[in-house]
Design a protein around this ligand. Structure first.
Ligand SMILES: [Zn+2]
Length: 314
């Protein structure tokens, strides 16, 4: 049995998977703000998911636990740094959550966990995905990616692998990270909000563009072009076979995926080297009922060396 906890910017989710990786419990709550509240919400939702799963004593004692959240994660110590949107500068998530639950806890960055979760979700569909190098694009307020090769997340120095949102690509737009022209400034939810500023609740930009809104159409062209570049970066630099996208922007659905494929087709018409790679066929949206990061955290807990001593489930 595996427990996965996904601490997101607004919601914290917990899932329990049975030995066949079937989801037998799924609970969500509002995320806390600040280290103490973030931890308290994670503990509360983990206990609720464990209760919902109706585990017997033996199952509860042998439960493996993985947790993920935004920020810079040291997997060896379970420490998370600089999760600004949760108002967390530093949190010893692994040891503290482990002490509360009485179980060892593995910790990973949320986008990297989602990459692992994406691989699990794809492999549940078909075994043909197991051998593919996978790129996971998180199209949220910002842009980040994870690379999964041979079933393992590529981390790089201090987890830098996959931080393609802050690759300067010459957009000329100042980025929140301090650089100018980052890919995130054209390929993210915040980019779309800047390129097409409309009052909330924001209407569907594809519907607006189809109705003749030229600014919406131009924004979508820029957005899809930026995402196409992200796909190209992951295939060229990380050598992945397939790129799947998750995150809030994927609520735009297949029109977004098709717009990205259109940009890739346009590039392939000009560049034979791209045409040979079939890039449009290597990109898809991955929309699942269970958060990918929670699935990935559960998988991580089941396979990684945990960061705190095991004890009794409290
Ligand atoms: Zn940046």
């Amino acid at each position: 049995m595996k427990l996965g906890i996904d601490i997101g910017g607004t919601k914290t989710a917990a899932v329990v998977l049975d030995p066949h990786d079937k989801v037998i419990a799924h609970e969500t709550t509002r995320s806390g703000s600040g280290p103490d509240a973030v931890l308290a919400a994670a503990v509360r939702i983990a206990r609720r998911a464990i209760a919902e799963a109706s585990l017997d004593d033996e199952e509860a004692r042998s439960l493996s636990v993985g947790a993920c959240m935004p920020g810079l994660v040291d997997g060896a110590t379970g420490t998370v740094l600089h999760a600004a949107n949760l108002r967390v500068d530093r949190l010893e998530l692994g040891p503290l959550l482990g002490a509360e639950l009485g179980l060892p806890v593995s910790v990973e960055n949320d986008v990297k966990a989602a990459g692992l979760g994406a691989r699990e979700a794809l492999c549940a569909r078909s075994s043909r995905y197991a051998d593919l190098g996978l790129g996971y694009l998180n199209l949220g307020t910002g842009l980040a990616a994870a690379v999964v090769v041979d079933g393992e997340v590529v981390r790089g120095p201090r987890g830098a692998a996959g931080e393609i949102g802050h690759l300067p690509v010459g957009t000329g737009v100042p980025c929140s990270c301090g650089q100018t022209g980052c890919l995130e400034t054209i390929a993210s939810g915040s980019a779309l909000a800047r390129l097409w500023p409309v009052p909330t609740p924001r209407p569907d930009p594809f519907v607006a563009a189809a109705a003749g809104d030229r600014r919406a159409a131009a924004a979508l062209h820029t957005l899809s072009d930026g995402i196409a570049t992200a796909v190209q970066v992951l295939v060229f630099a990380a050598g992945v076979d397939l790129v799947v996208a998750g995150g809030g922007l994927t609520s735009l659905g297949e029109p977004l995926a098709e717009a990205v494929r259109d940009r890739l087709r346009e590039r392939a018409r000009r560049a034979p080297v791209l045409a040979a790679l079939d890039l449009p066929d290597r990109f898809e949206l991955l929309v699942t009922a269970i958060p990918l990061a929670a699935l990935g955290a559960a998988e991580l807990g089941g396979r990684a060396r945990p960061t705190s001593a095991a004890g009794r489930l409290s």
